[in-house]
Design a protein around this ligand. Structure first.
Ligand SMILES: NC(=O)c1ccc[n+]([C@@H]2O[C@H](COP(=O)([O-])OP(=O)(O)OC[C@H]3O[C@@H](n4cnc5c(N)ncnc54)[C@H](OP(=O)(O)O)[C@@H]3O)[C@@H](O)[C@H]2O)c1
Length: 212
């Protein structure tokens, strides 16, 4: 992989993916479109974009792979529709442009339990996004399905998530492996490795594969 497109590069997993990509000697350029600027770094192109009006003609949609760790929460988004717009529509719009431009590989941070038929909003949207990414026809598509993310402080307050994390850390030895919290660094490493390998077809990476 010599050119990479990275979505969600300011988030917990996205920052780890960006660090991996910039540390990879094979990577010549990382394009990380964001809504707020990243600190300048060598080999990083950081266009500021409006995800409601992505620049369809930009030359950088063509890359060797697109990696996506973009997402929000229902509380931050404000409504189920706004949540779906970010976690499904923005992801699909960007990956569609990348695919249309000829990008052959895609890696997507999904979730444990992603299911397009789920009654819960979060898991349903993740499942729908996986399904619709498959329909874009990438030569290689890796969807990683982590349990609760454990990756350091967040800029926004997520009380429920923090409580769930504290509880699951305490119960860790009793929890089935798939439900144990996973380190964001591990999620990024596993997704990066899968995309780098680029095996043809669909690859679902389960949360238990991310445990130490
Ligand atoms: N939290 C968990 O326990 C958990 C578990 C399983 C899977 N996941 C999924 O894993 C993925 C990565 O999670 P994370 O914790 O690394 O995410 P995060 O830290 O919340 O970062 C989310 C990224 O998405 C971008 N984003 C959010 N809303 C946006 C909007 N309206 N327009 C443009 N960009 C927007 C953020 O950009 P800004 O910096 O500009 O906001 C940031 O780059 C997410 O899809 C999440 O659903 C999370």
């Amino acid at each position: 992989m010599s050119t990479l497109l990275l979505l969600g590069s300011t988030g917990l997993v996205g920052q780890q993916l960006l660090a991996l990509a910039l540390a990879d000697p094979a990577v010549r350029q990382v394009v990380a479109p964001t809504r707020r600027p990243l600190p300048a770094q060598e080999r990083l192109l950081n266009p500021q974009v409006d995800f409601d009006q992505l620049p369809a003609d930009a030359p950088w949609w063509r890359a060797d792979a697109v990696l996506c760790a973009l997402g929000t929460t229902l509380r931050l988004a404000g409504s189920p529709e706004a949540f779906r717009r970010v976690d499904h529509d923005y992801v699909l719009a960007a990956c569609r442009l990348a695919r249309r431009a000829g990008t052959p590989r895609c890696g997507f941070v999904s979730s444990l339990g992603a299911d397009a038929h789920s009654r819960g909003l979060y898991l349903r949207v993740k499942g729908e996004t996986e399904r619709d990414l498959q329909a874009l026809g990438f030569e290689s598509l890796s969807c990683i399905r982590p349990s609760l993310l454990d990756g350091g402080p967040r800029p926004d307050k997520r009380t429920g998530e923090a409580l769930a994390l504290a509880l699951s850390r305490g119960l860790m030895p009793l929890l089935p492996r798939r439900w144990r919290p996973v380190r964001t660094a591990r999620v990024a490493q596993a997704l990066y490795a899968a995309v780098r390998e680029g095996r043809p077809g669909l690859h679902l990476i389960p949360s238990e594969a991310l445990q130490p």
